[in-house]
Design a protein around this ligand. Structure first.
Ligand code: SD4
Length: 348
């Protein structure tokens, strides 16, 4: 063997031996210490994000992965029958169907989504299966249901008696008017201490940064109550309701999805961060883009963005007062913050 070949072999062995020693040391590193010295954090939209964050933190706080954390977190409001805007118990569309939208994305650009999915309690988990087990990104309607059933999810009735009664009440007027900050009515006064409107929407969007420095995001909703059958909002549209880029950060949205789709909202927030904006400044600019394009309509509709960069810095901004977001990390597990907004006056 030449000297050079001997040297190369020795140095490759040296590198792999030291990498092996390091990975052993990392594996032995107590998870709590790994998490403590990191920027691990999870953030979620609205007050119901507190409970979702806690489920996500059960994973992140043990040194687990961001993708597992956001899936587990998103499942919490999906199963909460008191929550009429996400998952089981969600308000139906105009024709009485509960149709669910969800998306999930990791730091490497892997993503999956389902739209207008019926009869499945955890659309976020179906979205993850689309990401991990198909060559596609988005499955819709009957095809999404067929895929879910093939994957072993069980079929069930998602229309609870309470939601059905609300639908019958709505049918008396059959007036479709997206309301602002509906979750406040269902979940008390909210971070901003404001009254809510008639409950007909609000989505959970989650962003997590794990102790390994990896980001992931999830977004899940039953969409706007009383919507036309077949309507799809921003939540399952990658780049609208959710976007994650491991080099930059992630963003998610809530509110009237049509306005978010028109502006590729979450992608816009991430791109603004890529060009140097803080998460806060990026959310503000994306909201103002919507307001400037439709100044009149914006007075009576809500859109909120929540963003976190890869360093774990967080920002949020909304058109209307009343948007809140929950933050959870090693220091505090139940933080709730009132987002700043364009309009600060009370609405009725
Ligand atoms: C949608 N963006 O379907 C969702 C609804 C929502 O707060 O977030 N409401 O348009």
């Amino acid at each position: 063997m030449t000297d050079r070949r001997r040297f190369l072999k020795a140095s490759v062995l040296g590198v792999s031996a030291s990498m092996f020693a390091w990975s052993n040391r990392l594996a032995a590193w107590p998870a709590a210490r790994l998490v403590k010295g990191s920027n691990a954090r999870v953030v979620s939209t609205w007050d119901f994000g507190i409970a979702a964050n806690q489920a996500a933190w059960a994973i992140l706080g043990q040194g687990g992965h961001a993708l597992d954390a956001v899936e587990a977190g998103a499942q919490v409001p999906e199963s909460d029958l008191k929550n009429h805007s996400v998952g089981k118990g969600g308000y139906p569309d105009r024709d009485g169907h509960v149709t669910l939208d969800a998306s999930i994305m990791d730091a490497d650009g892997n993503c999956g989504a389902v739209a207008a999915l019926e009869h499945i309690e955890h659309p976020i988990s179906v979205a993850r299966r689309v990401m991990e087990r198909t060559p596609h990104v988005l499955l819709v309607g009957d095809g999404a249901l067929q895929f879910a059933l093939e994957q072993g999810f069980s079929k069930e009735n998602l229309l609870t008696p309470e939601a059905e009664q609300a639908w019958h009440e709505w049918q008396k007027s059959a007036h479709y008017q997206p309301s602002i900050n509906s979750e406040v009515r269902d979940y008390g006064k909210g971070a901003a201490g404001l009254p809510g409107g008639a409950s007909n929407h609000d989505t959970i969007g989650m962003l997590a940064l794990d102790a390994h420095g990896k980001l992931a995001g999830a977004c899940t909703t039953s969409g706007m109550a009383w919507k036309l059958h077949g309507r799809v909002g921003d939540s399952p549209i990658i780049g609208a309701g959710l976007y994650v880029d491991g080099e930059v950060g992630g963003a998610t949205s809530t509110g009237v999805g049509e306005e978010v789709i028109r502006n590729a909202g979450s992608f816009l927030v991430v791109e603004l961060m890529r060009h140097g904006r803080s998460p806060q400044a990026a959310c503000e600019e994306a909201v103002m883009r919507i307001v400037k394009k439709r100044p009149q309509a914006s007075k009576t509709l809500q859109v909120g963005f929540l963003a976190m960069n890869r360093a774990g810095e967080v920002g949020a901004y909304a058109i209307q007062r009343g948007f809140s977001y929950a933050v959870c990390d090693a220091n505090k597990q139940d933080g709730l913050i009132a987002s700043p907004s364009v309009y600060t006056t009370n609405y009725s």
